[in-house]
Design a protein around this ligand. Structure first.
Ligand code: AMP
Length: 422
């Protein structure tokens, strides 16, 4: 399959070649002709499948020639600022040889430059819902010319509580338009949203729900919670990892780990919701251009981060929600590139690991690192049976893993020590 066969015009083929793409990904091969034909699409595809180009290329072609002083004709809604910025970047890159203009608007930054940009006229608007409604409310945005609407990562929008905002935005759009919805998962709520939005859509699904990219190797390194940071520095330095995305559960944990890595001689930056937008953008840029080798992120901040060639993702702490594991490692092994997903797992996290393996439908290989054998013993030995008081017989401390006397699920925070990195 080649891009030429999909019906794309020469200037877009030139842009695709300039990006170094030699063949369309499965979602591109299926979606591009359907979108060019003007049909609605329900796309089941997660980040990393090439879904952005799958909608951006045909939209650029459908919009044809841009005209100065235009109101937006394509609107792309995304759940996060990072994803909005990346989608806009993709439109600009693929549309380099067209006169079409793309603007991106999201919260957390000044509204005036956005107003100015809208006033000058644009063809494609990429936005997060809240800021879009701010503009619409104060009359600085007119959506009455929108011909194509894209909901990107609709499942994430739902998780983040954006659906009421999105429904309000629908009311600002002309009734007759082409609608494209992309989502990594198909819940009943997504189906309800799609039923109300899409007309006779073409259903395109390229990755099964909750399957992680097959090009990613997964490995678990057992380690005591107090030695995680030591092991991480050892892996990064020993393996000469120059670009590694590390996930922590909390913003505070991300800051602390970043400071510690720097004191270990490993350059690092943190990205999370407490950082200003400019600090987040700077951290991401430094990471992309190689100025820092380690980016430490929380789940929310990392959503939609698109980094070409990200060979290593590390779960410094396992996520509480197993599906987040899939989202995290979706950052590596993109578009067929190989990647490694390394999880540093302490004894208190065994139950979280079990749940993740259930979602993946396979066990993750355990690899013991020399010097950390003692830690591994604690991690791999069976959980001691609780006595009648629900206390462990080995040390008298009730832990949040293993069989639980109450039959209740374990505390989700994974035990006190797992969060601490000394
Ligand atoms: P996305 O799923 O849209 O976030 O894209 C994931 C990554 O795949 C991005 O870094 C794109 O630049 C890259 N990509 C998209 N399409 C292709 C393609 N046809 N060949 C190679 N890489 C691609």
């Amino acid at each position: 399959m080649s891009f030429e066969k999909l019906g794309l015009e020469a200037r877009l083929l030139g842009a695709v070649a300039a990006e170094g793409y030699t063949a369309p990904t499965p979602i591109q091969a299926q979606a591009i002709p359907v979108i060019l034909a003007g049909r609605d699409v329900m796309g089941g595809a997660q980040t990393g499948t090439g879904k952005t180009a799958a909608f951006a290329l045909p939209i650029l072609q459908l919009l044809g020639k841009g005209e100065k002083g235009r109101l937006p004709r394509a609107l792309i809604l995304t759940p996060t600022r990072e994803l909005a910025a990346q989608v806009a970047e993709s439109f600009r890159a693929y549309g380099r040889q067209t006169p079409l203009r793309t603007a991106v608007i999201y919260g957390g930054v000044g509204i005036n430059p956005q107003i100015e940009q809208l006033r000058r006229g644009i063809d494609i608007l990429v936005a997060t819902p809240g800021r879009l409604l701010d503009h619409a409310g104060q009359g600085t945005l007119n959506l009455s010319n929108v011909e194509i609407l894209v909901l990107d990562e609709a499942d994430r929008m739902l998780d983040m509580g954006f659906i009421p905002d999105i429904r309000r935005i629908f009311k600002l759009l002309p009734a007759k338009r082409q609608n494209l919805l992309f989502s990594a998962t198909y819940s009943n709520e997504i189906k309800t949203l799609a039923d109300g939005l899409l007309h006779n859509p073409e259903l395109i699904e390229v990755a099964r729900r909750n399957t992680a990219a097959e090009t990613v190797t997964h490995v678990v390194h057992p380690v005591g919670h107090t030695r995680k940071r030591e092991l991480l520095s050892h892996l990064i330095k020993g393996g000469n990892w120059n670009r590694v995305l590390v996930f922590t559960r909390t913003k505070h944990g991300a800051n602390r780990l970043t400071t510690q890595l720097i004191s270990d001689g490993v350059s690092a930056a943190a990205i999370h919701g407490n950082k200003s937008q400019s600090a987040r953008t700077r951290a991401l840029d430094d990471f992309k251009n190689g100025a820092v080798r380690t980016l430490v992120a929380t789940d929310i901040a990392a959503r939609g981060i698109d980094i070409d060639s990200l060979p290593h993702v590390v779960n410094y702490e396992l996520p509480n929600v197993p599906e987040d594991y899939v989202h995290r490692i979706g950052r590596t092994g993109r578009a067929g590139a190989s990647g490694s997903a390394v999880s540093l797992v302490c004894a208190e996290e065994r139950e979280l690991l079990t749940n993740i393996q259930k979602v993946l439908q396979h066990k993750i290989q355990v690899e013991i690192i020399a010097g950390f054998e003692h830690d591994s013993a604690a991690m791999t030995k069976p959980a001691p049976a609780p006595n009648q008081f629900g206390r462990r017989q080995d040390n008298g401390v009730k832990k949040s893993f293993g069989s639980r006397p109450s039959g209740k699920p374990a505390r989700p925070q994974g035990g006190r020590g797992c969060q601490r990195n000394k």
